[in-house]
Design a protein around this ligand. Structure first.
Ligand SMILES: Cc1ncc(COP(=O)(O)O)c(C=O)c1O
Length: 304
């Protein structure tokens, strides 16, 4: 779906017109994949747009930069404020938000130490990533032939732009083969996550989700779902999952900022009961929580 432009983009402390938010072709991160980014959503609430777990997302942006080894020239609070201003400037009741910190124009070569760090924050309207009816219908998953990064190759815990070449390879392979999304295995063959989502699988009544050590991003939706599931009385474990656990799962779903909670209806053409009862219950509470309609999770929704 093409990006729907809004009016302004925040760049290095100032708002610039959407069409003027440009970089030089010799921008360092464009060549070496060294940018770090976040994907965040703001939802319409009775108190105006509320940004779901904004503080946690901005903290993760700083963690990603720390892992890559550069310093963002703002504080967490300054970027929280800038993100809120960007959403307010758009006038949108709900939107997807993309903060990006990248090494800018002026240096070239693999030594990143002398590079300047630029920051941009954009937002625009963006619907359900895996389809409007992904909870009920479910998505068709394929185990990718592409392996998730090893921790000592490209740290999977950092949302670096370069890491997503791996995700794009897997996504396009899955789409070309007629599936909706790919599941990535870690170098040791265990399930890591999907190209842009974490995964939960039910086995013997327990929901399992892979740990960071398996190569998963520490998902903010994954954490929210974990809390919601436990509050609903379900047993949840962060634990390793084997490929065969997926094939015989009682139910399974993916979750992430873009995809929210989406059921899995099959993996490698082995059907999985869909939508599962735990998935449905979690998706329903999550749907209300992100819109500030659940008192116990109101702190997750950060109003402007
Ligand atoms: C590779 C990957 N895994 C998991 C997630 C889910 O993370 P979150 O729930 O914080 O959006 C994302 C999305 O950011 C992702 O890109």
């Amino acid at each position: 779906m093409p990006i729907q432009p809004t009016e302004k983009i925040w760049m290095n402390g100032e708002f610039v017109d959407w069409d003027q938010a440009q970089v030089h072709v010799l921008t360092h991160s464009l060549h070496y994949g060294t940018g770090v980014f976040e994907g965040i959503r703001a939802y319409e609430t009775s108190d105006g747009p509320a940004i779901f777990r904004l503080t946690d997302h901005i903290r993760r942006l700083f963690d990603s930069a720390k892992i890559v080894g550069f310093e963002i020239p703002y504080t967490v609070d300054e970027l929280i404020d800038a993100t809120k201003q960007t959403v307010a400037a758009s006038g949108l009741p709900s939107c997807y938000i993309r903060p990006l910190a990248y090494l800018g124009y002026g240096e070239m070569g693999l030594n990143t130490l002398p590079c300047s760090v630029d920051v941009a924050i954009a937002c625009w309207p963006w619907g359900a990533y895996l389809g409007d009816d992904a909870v009920q219908q479910g998505v068709r998953m394929k185990i990718s032939s592409w392996t998730r990064h090893d921790h000592n190759t490209m740290p999977p815990a950092a949302k670096t732009t370069g890491n997503y070449v791996n995700s794009s390879l897997a996504k396009v392979e899955a789409l070309n083969a007629g599936y909706d999304e790919a599941i990535m295995l870690a170098p040791n063959g265990l399930i890591a996550e999907c190209t842009g989502e974490n995964i939960f699988v039910a086995r013997q009544g327990t929901l399992l989700t892979p740990p960071i050590s398996a190569g998963a991003l520490e998902g903010i939706t994954q954490n929210s779902v974990h809390v919601i599931a436990q509050d609903l009385g379900f047993e949840v474990k962060v634990d390793n999952i084997a490929r065969s656990d997926l094939y015989i799962a009682e139910e399974a779903f993916v979750c992430g900022t873009a995809a929210e909670v989406s059921s899995i209806n099959s993996v490698d053409d082995r059907s999985i009961p869909c939508p599962g009862p735990m998935t449905l219950a979690i998706a329903e509470v999550f749907h209300r929580a992100i819109r500030r309609q659940e008192d116990r999770y109101k702190d997750w929704c950060e109003t402007l």
